[in-house]
Each structure stands twice: as C-alpha cells, then as structure tokens.
Design a protein around this ligand. Structure first.
Ligand code: MG
Length: 125
C-alpha cells in the first residue's frame, strides 16, 4: 500500500516513516511542502493514504488537502493531518477541508497506528 508523507521537517518525516515501517508499510513517498506533496500525489494516483503537516512553506497542508480533495482521483482517499495546530477551530477547519483524522504533535507511534487503522477501517467489524 502506497502512502505519501508531507512535512517540512525531515526529522518528522523520518519519525512517521519509521513508524509506518514498523506497521509494515514501506512504500512511502515524501514531500517537504504542499507543492512536492501534490507532485507525488499527481504522479501516483495509486496512493492509498496521505499524511500531511499543516504549517509548511510554498503550499501549506490545508491548501494541499483542498487541492487533493478537488481532484476526482482522490475524493475518497484517507487524509491524516499531523500538526502542532491543536485548537478546536483548527481541527474543524481541517475536517471541513476534507481531513479524515487529526494528530497533534508531539505524538506517540501508537497514536499514529490507531489513527491510521481508523481511517483504513482495520478494526471495523
Ligand atoms: Mg511544519
């Protein structure tokens, strides 16, 4: 299963990638801002999950989410936002833009695991 991870912090991308690897997901594409994230999405319509930061240069995560959701190929793709923006208003803004689940930094690998499984429906039924 192919995933795209977008964050301007290489350390955060590494943390997320390492966590995904431990969960068995090794097919991960990276972008360091929304522009790069969109390029990875656009070139890989078989991507199954997008995990994105909010605050980034060039194009931020909220703009990326709106762009992805506006594309017919990605209408139903699960999107997780990983951000320091933990306020209620920010969460609502993100959900309205099309984010499926929300993680506030700092987070534990267990939280990422649970949120990922939630958007994938792993524990359903
Ligand atoms: Mg950032």
């Amino acid at each position: 299963m192919k995933l795209v991870v977008v964050d301007d912090s290489s350390t955060m991308r590494r943390i997320i990638k390492n966590t995904l690897a431990r969960l068995g997901y090794n097919d991960v594409l990276e972008g360091e801002n929304g522009v790069e994230g969109w390029e990875k999405m656009d070139g890989n319509p078989d991507v199954k999950v997008l995990i994105t930061d909010w605050n980034m240069p060039e194009m931020n995560g909220l703009e990326l989410v709106k762009k992805v959701r506006a594309d017919s190929r990605f209408v139903d793709i699960p999107i997780i936002m990983v951000t320091t923006e933990g306020g209620k208003a920010e969460v609502i803004t993100a959900l309205k833009a099309g984010v499926n689940n929300y993680i506030v930094k700092p987070f534990t690998p267990q939280v990422l695991k649970e949120k990922l499984e939630a958007v994938l429906g792993v524990n359903e039924g």
